[in-house]
Write a protein that binds this ligand. Sequence first.
Ligand SMILES: C[S@@+](CC[C@H](N)C(=O)[O-])C[C@H]1O[C@@H](n2cnc3c(N)ncnc32)[C@H](O)[C@@H]1O
Length: 205
Amino acid sequence: MAETLGFFQAWLKNPLRVAAIAPSSRSLANLITSEISRDTGPVIELGPGTGAFTRALIARGVRQEDLALIEFGSEFAAALHFHYPRARTLWMDAARLRAVDLFDGRAAGAVVSGLPLLSMPPRKVIAILTGAFRKMEPDGALYQFTYGPRCPVSLRLLDHLGLEAERIGGTLANLPPAAVYRIRRRHPIPFHFVRFSSRQHVPVE
Ligand SMILES: C[S@@+](CC[C@H](N)C(=O)[O-])C[C@H]1O[C@@H](n2cnc3c(N)ncnc32)[C@H](O)[C@@H]1O
């Protein structure tokens, strides 16, 4: 209850950044983490807020040491650091992800995102996706939830970045109801090709 109240107060202070009036439900947390296990390796969580998805990841066997929690809200970042002291909590803008070393150079197996991508300008969404895919194994996936009727990353942007999205499910047991998309590279592309290609298409490495 205190968590829900704290979340609501954070939303009142900054509705665009928090972008929801209540924390994500257990049902949504189960759905967005459904393809992740201890075997996935390191996992990056973007915009963990109160940690609803963090709890689900740990319940699925992901070790705190294999978690990087990237949160821009100081109120949430402090609480996450308190509750998950062995995870790496970074109080920062997810758009700067590219600049930080998260797991001593090891690549992540997945990214789970609670970020409000729909309320962000395309330039910021590009920085976030580019940073996230740079930190991941070639076959890694980013899981993103949305309250909207389609993937919150437009087809145009997915094309531009060489990514593809698939809806993996939805839940009515969330306020408001939500759906989850899995976003992956279309084809893992060798680094040298990406760097020196002159095509307009700019795949993320
Ligand atoms: C919809 S809420 C996530 C709710 C979360 N699943 C929960 O149950 O608490 C969005 C979260 O993204 C964070 N956020 C928004 N913009 C961000 C950014 N640029 N970088 C990192 N975190 C951001 C907000 O502070 C908020 O915690």
